[in-house]
Design a protein around this ligand. Structure first.
Ligand code: ADP
Ligand code: MG
Length: 492
């Protein structure tokens, strides 16, 4: 593994490198649970989505939900991973009040998906490839409620048995930025696939973050695992804190205990939850109630043929087809909704194809900028893709200048309406009439003899004249025409 993109931390004894691997739990998008027909709907009354299987009533048998299996295979394909044609469900035994079976059905030695990889874009056009170790299917647990009564705890089993995909990365991540970008990219792929909604606030996507440090070029250090992170920003903070904590211990001559830690967002610290000595022995064994999962090659091929276009493919198409920069393309494809919006903006409604770079510029800088400022997302944009496409057309055909286009954008944002009709009705058309512009140019030259003399000596001062002409034409003069006229009149 190369150290490309590592951000080294300076310690008293030299530079240290962070090594990070993530175990992401992604809730499978499905109507019913992994082994029962109960609903997976979020936010129901406690215990309103619980079948006898989920409550582990004696004699109940799990029945695999094929829709969840399909989602796991599709996710594996989206992660360019090996699909294992045979996989096995195991019981992971432990006691917890919100786990009525006394074991979780998971996959241990034979997961449904094997090795894959994710290309993660970093700032400045760099990227890093993070290896995927495996993806397996498992059940979620219920939830203990300790805040309902002063003397009792309750349990809500609505989540009990909901399907999760655990996606385990290789320890290929070398900085907190890379870790955040990895989760962001993984979430984007899952959303494109429609296999997980990626909603971290609702707990649909959570990560266990493994961190160790080492001197560059030396073997991997002992890791600590920070459990159950459900915010990308906190993942970054926890890694930064944890790496420095470990460096402090090692530089003082200590050793790192392999342990499970929790992040406290209020203090910005991680603290110990349990050490390896207390780690559970889960006594995994194949679940005797479930047959191994077996797929034919044809089944996998069919799912593969049916995958939607994923962010990497879309990005490549935007670069090759529309001449976008890699950066602009990755901004646009990060969310499926943004990519769709951009493609609608570009749709050829007029006779000629729209300019991809100009359209990208308007979507990213004007629209996203404005949406961000108001904390809205693309699905709630007051300016529709068709309206923005028309604005881009009006600029492209020279009907309005870029500056007037910004005013027009603002009007459409506030009041709506057809941009072309608005330009007509409000007299916003760019003036290309040579005579009208010439009159303005002559007036300004006549009124500023001193500047004329300066501009003859230093042609860059033509910018000042352009500015004056644009100002007195209310921004409607065609800047190219103004420039040409000024050059010939000033003789520069
Ligand atoms: P377990 O299941 O016991 O947690 P795994 O070997 O499956 O152990 O590893 C879990 C995660 O820890 C993986 O994401 C892996 O990339 C990461 N990991 C393994 N070794 C290290 C290390 N030395 N430093 C940081 N992360 C590591
Ligand atoms: Mg682990």
């Amino acid at each position: 593994m190369s150290a490309t993109g590592s951000k080294l931390i300076k310690g008293a004894t030299g530079d240290w490198e962070m090594v990070i691997g993530l175990e992401v739990h992604a809730q499978v998008t499905s109507n019913s649970k992994l082994f029962s027909g109960a609903s997976t709907e979020f936010g129901g009354e406690p215990n309103s989505h619980v079948s006898l299987v989920d409550a582990a009533m004696p004699g109940m048998l799990p029945v695999i939900n094929e829709a969840c299996v399909r989602q796991a295979v599709r996710t594996g394909l989206g992660l360019n991973a090996k699909i294992n044609l045979r996989s096995v469900f195991d019981r992971k035994n432990y006691f917890y009040p919100d786990l009525p079976q006394g074991y979780q059905i998971s996959q241990y030695k034979s997961p449904v998906v094997g090795e894959g990889e994710v290309v993660v874009e970093l700032g400045g056009g760099d990227s890093v490839t993070v290896g995927i170790e495996r993806l397996h299917l498992e059940q979620d647990a219920g939830k203990s409620l300790h805040d309902q009564s002063p003397t009792m705890s309750f349990v809500d089993l609505n989540r009990s048995g909901v399907a999760l995909m655990e996606i385990v990365s290789k320890p290929d991540i070398r900085s907190s930025e890379q870790a955040k970008a990895y989760v962001t990219k993984l979430r984007s792929i899952l959303r494109y696939l429609g296999t997980c909604d990626g909603d971290m606030e609702k707990g649909s996507l959570r990560a266990d973050v493994n961190v160790s440090v080492r001197k560059p070029g030396t073997p991997l250090g002992t890791r600590c695992e920070i459990k159950n992170m459900n915010s990308i920003a906190f993942i970054g903070q926890a890694i930064e804190y944890e790496a420095r904590r470990q460096i402090g211990i090692l530089e003082d001559g200590g050793v790192i205990d392999q342990e499970t830690r929790l992040f406290d967002p209020n203090k910005g610290e991680t603290r110990s939850m349990r050490s390896k000595e207390e780690a559970h022995d889960y006594r995994y064994f194949p679940d005797p109630d479930l047959l191994p999962l077996e797929f034919s090659e044809a089944y996998v091929a069919e799912l593969k043929a049916d995958l939607p276009e994923l962010p990497d493919q879309k990005k490549a198409r935007f670069i090759a087809g529309f001449g976008l920069s890699p950066y602009d393309a990755s901004v646009l494809v990060a969310e499926r909704e943004s990519a769709d919006f951009f493609e609608t903006v570009l749709a050829d409604l007029a006779d000629k194809a729209r300019d991809g770079k100009l359209a990208a510029n308007w979507v990213i800088n004007e629209l996203f900028g404005r949406l961000n400022k108001e904390g809205r997302d693309i699905t709630g944009s007051p300016v529709s893709a068709v309206q923005l496409g028309t604005i881009v057309d009006l600029i492209g055909e020279g009907t309005i200048s870029g500056k007037i286009a910004k005013d027009l954008f603002e009007i459409v944002w506030q009041e709506g309406g057809d941009p072309r009709a608005l330009v007509e009705a409000r007299g916003m058309k760019q003036v290309t009439d040579l005579g009208a512009i010439e009159k303005v140019v002559d007036d300004i030259i006549a009124a500023n003899p001193d500047k004329v003399a300066q501009a003859k000596a230093k042609p860059a001062l033509i910018g000042w004249f352009v500015g004056q002409v644009m100002k007195s034409s209310g921004g409607k003069a065609n800047p190219q025409t103004v420039n040409d006229l000024l050059k010939s009149k000033l003789g520069i």
